[in-house]
Design a protein around this ligand. Structure first.
Ligand code: CAA
Ligand code: NAI
Length: 727
């Protein structure tokens, strides 16, 4: 756990050991306390170095223990940091890998900090719904000032060693032998006064505008983390560091921690943290799993189509140092695409240089641009990202079958077309899989990995491995129209449009859902993505446009309610941001500043008149319930059909691909928070009021769970029949 050994008689080295990340479990804290006590008592020891085993200092508190009752958690890290700081023997932290959360707080209790150049430090507690409660909110501002501390504590950002040195968090950065360097430093400072190194005793250096700074930070976090309480509590704790002496500040830090801990947010965020890691551990009903099926190596890749998605996918591969061949349909598109990719790569290099990478250019994989399919013959994997058109995609996959080596995997970035249909035209359907990236593909963390009925477990394993190589979270789902993410999203967006027909304004709906915590309301999102994309898709399948049978009622398709509103906006050339007007108006084409549009109000009045729609007052509560519960209901259907194997898969998709607020855990976790009987009753009521919105009809699985006494979320899976799985 924490071992203690002497070096050169005078320096004791204490090594934290709790694989895989040396998290501070109660046992480790206890062992550290014991080892420190021994070192302090040992008269032969004149200085102490604390380091972490296997090149990782410490990733903070052991999150798995958060739900343990506090009296069973053993000694508090806070007391340990005070013990270290008040010790007369100098203590040096040797930081390799990470010093995060409690790990950094431990290091801040030490008198000196030496970091390896590749180490990262940070206080990510806010991302777990809590705040740094082992003195982090009190010591860090004393060390680096209010502004920088506020940024770190409220964003949870990880800071690379060189930046940490600039900020003053660490005293020295070394390229190798971090522990040796820490020992050297410890020996050098033996006998020197430690007063200026005891952070709790230092005054907080406050700029004259400190209150304005705190107020500004509050405005920022309220906007950025809408509905979440921990970022605000973090600011209050830093405010305490400004106004109160250290011991009083610590009391406030504890109070705020207790307050947050009594809310649902920590549990939701911690659930989201582990869910993101668990989705990598896929299992098929056949028994094949991440443990038993090895991925094939990917040394080279190709991307077809360098539009919005293709250029981001190429950049993502290059960032992972995978050499890429990038193919377009003609010279003009190739020129446009290659310029766009080079500009994205330049930006990546700039970002890396700003973070102190000296060889940024060399850390990207090479990209070769081409029009020639022959250049694809040796690549290990191809990702197709051409227009969303089945005939075109099939054409390309037929061609890939001929050109690519037999071992090459063929992936499609389709956002909802049938993977089996695409696979069926190839000579290797078992090696075809959906890799659904999210825009912008070099930034968004989510990769929906879509298994078709022919896809082999090796192909799944390789695609999931690719996600990891790209630094993304791969979630395995089954093949159905629009897969999981977009299938749920379509109903949510449709519901928002129905609410506009019934009397809401787009901006009211956006505000309600953004206040709930979604990164962007549905109307701003549609305007950003471009209304024409959905319009084209609906036209292609005959929901609107020339293929729509004559005599189809305007607001009905089959037995379902349909809103032609988005189609009419497109017919008027209102495509959203790109055309300067959509659900909102913008300062110019391509503008980003969404403004309510009086034109739309008039248009909506006329539309409601034509269709004989009576408007009514719609509350925020109804907006949230109808938009979110219909999405959640579809989540239950997706589980029932075996398209996703666990509610956490849906939650990870929504948290990482659709801007769902993590402090509510994700849509399915949120349903469990609200209570399944409540969700069911509301759906029943809304369905009764709107019998032509068929997707409001509660799913059988939701009803089954309620009838079974509403088991906790982790048991839902066991209530699903295994035969339903499409995985
Ligand atoms: N506690 C418990 N387990 C942890 C952990 C932690 N703090 N951090 C990581 N793990 C586990 C992960 O769950 C994962 O377990 P499995 O292999 O069983 O899935 C394993 O360690 C490896 O983690 P990753 O897959 O994330 O590995 P990585 O190399 O990609 O990233 C990391 C490593 C940067 C440390 C990343 O895991 C991370 O950011 N961890 C979170 C750190 C954090 O939030 N610390 C603050 C904790 S709160 C606190 O410290 C407050 C306090 O004292 C009171
Ligand atoms: P886009 O229209 O921006 O780009 C498509 C590119 O494919 C164009 O550059 C075009 O020249 C190229 N192309 C067309 N035919 C080709 C051929 N025969 N050979 C080589 N290149 C060809 O489209 P976008 O938005 O990048 O979408 C691509 C795919 O990704 C679609 O299947 C789409 O559904 C999917 N997708 C799109 C998302 C988005 O947000 N735009 C999100 C996730 C998936």
């Amino acid at each position: 756990m924490a071992t203690f050994r002497h070096i050169c008689d005078s320096v004791a080295v204490i090594t934290l050991s709790n694989p895989p990340v040396n998290a501070l479990s109660s046992a480790l804290i206890q062992a550290l306390q014991k080892a420190l006590g021994e070192a302090i008592r040992d008269s032969a020891v004149e200085a102490i170095v604390i380091c972490g085993d296997k090149g990782k200092f410490c990733a903070g508190a052991d999150i798995r223990e958060f739900n343990k009752p506090s009296q069973k958690r053993g000694p508090h890290l806070l007391l340990l940091t005070d013990l270290i700081e008040s010790n007369k023997k100098p203590v040096v932290a040797a930081i390799e890998g990470v010093a995060l959360g409690g790990g950094l707080e431990l290091a801040l209790g030490c008198h000196y900090r030496v970091a390896h150049v590749q180490a990262r430090v940070g206080l990510p507690e806010v991302l777990l719904g809590i705040l740094p409660a082992a003195s982090g909110t009190q010591r860090l501002p004393r060390l680096i000032g209010i502004a920088a501390a506020l940024t770190l504590i409220t964003t949870g950002k990880y800071v690379p060693a060189r930046e940490a040195l600039k900020l003053g968090i660490v005293d020295k950065v070394v390229g190798e032998n971090t522990v040796d360097e820490a020992i050297r430093l410890a020996k050098k400072v033996i006998g020197q006064p430690l007063g200026s190194r005891q952070l709790s005793t230092l005054p907080v250096q406050c700029p004259p505008n400190v209150e304005a700074l705190l107020a500004e930070a509050m405005v920022k976090v309220k906007k950025q983390f809408r509905g979440a309480q921990s970022p605000q509590a973090c600011i209050e704790a830093v405010r305490a560091a400004v106004h109160l002496p250290y011991t009083e500040g610590i009391k406030k830090e504890q109070e705020l921690y207790q307050f947050l801990n009594a809310t649902h947010e920590p549990r939701a965020q911690q659930y989201a943290f582990f869910a993101e890691r668990e989705v990598a551990k896929w299992t098929l009903p056949s028994g094949a799993s991440w443990k038993t099926v090895s991925p094939q190596p990917i040394h080279t890749a190709a991307v077809i189509g360098l539009g919005t998605m293709g250029r981001g996918i190429v950049t993502s591969l290059a960032k992972a140092k995978i050499p890429v061949v990038a193919l377009e349909q003609d010279k003009r598109q190739l020129d446009i695409g290659s310029k766009a990719v080079m500009s994205l790569l330049d930006r990546e290099i700039l970002k890396m240089e700003q973070l102190g990478h000296t060889e940024a250019t060399n850390s990207l994989g090479p990209v070769r641009f081409t029009l020639d399919y022959d250049e694809l013959k040796d690549v290990d994997i191809v990702i197709e990202a051409v227009f969303e058109n089945m005939a075109l995609k099939k054409d390309i996959f037929r061609r890939l079958s001929v050109v690519c080596k037999p071992e090459a995997f063929l992936c499609t970035n389709t956002s909802g077309l049938n993977i089996d249909e695409i696979a069926s035209v190839t000579n290797r359907p078992q090696m075809v899989i959906g890799t659904h990236f999210f825009s912008p593909a070099h930034i968004m963390k989510l990769l929906e990995v879509v298994r078709g009925c022919y896809t082999s477990s090796t192909t799944i394993s390789t695609a999931m491995r690719l996600a990891k190589m790209l630094g993304k979270i791969g979630v395995l789902v089954g093949n159905c129209p629009s897969f999981v993410g977009n299938r749920l999203m379509r109903l949510y967006v449709e519901q928002a449009v129905f609410l506009v027909e019934e009397g809401s304004k787009p901006e009211e709906i956006d505000l309600a859902l953004e206040d709930f915590g979604l990164a962007m309301g549905p109307f701003r999102m549609m305007d950003l993505a471009g209304l024409d994309i959905g319009w084209k898709a609906r036209t292609e399948i005959g929901l609107t446009g020339p293929k729509l049978p004559i005599g189809t009622p305007a607001r009905q398709r089959g037995s379902k309610r349909y809103s032609p509103l988005p189609d009419i906006l497109c017919e008027q050339g209102r495509f959203g941001q790109k055309s300067g007007q959509g659900w909102y108006k913008y300062e110019k084409s391509g503008g980003r500043n969404a403004m309510p549009d009086p034109w739309l109000y008039n248009f909506l009045s006329e539309y409601r008149c034509i269709h004989n729609l009576k408007t009514r007052n719609i509350t925020q509560e109804e907006v949230i319930e109808r938009c979110l519960y219909i999405l959640i209901n579809q989540g239950f259907k997706v589980l029932e059909e075996g398209i996703a194997s666990d509610p956490k898969d849906i939650d990870v998709i929504y948290n990482n691909g659709y801007g769902w607020p993590k402090h509510t855990g994700g849509p399915m976790y949120y349903a469990s928070l609200v209570g399944l009987p409540v969700v069911l009753t509301k759906l029943e009521k809304y369905y009764e009021d709107n019998p032509d919105i068929l997707d409001l009809k509660p799913s059988n699985f939701l009803k089954k769970l309620v009838a079974s006494g509403t088991p906790p979320l982790k048991e839902w899976r066991s209530h699903l029949g295994s035969q339903s799985s499409k995985l």
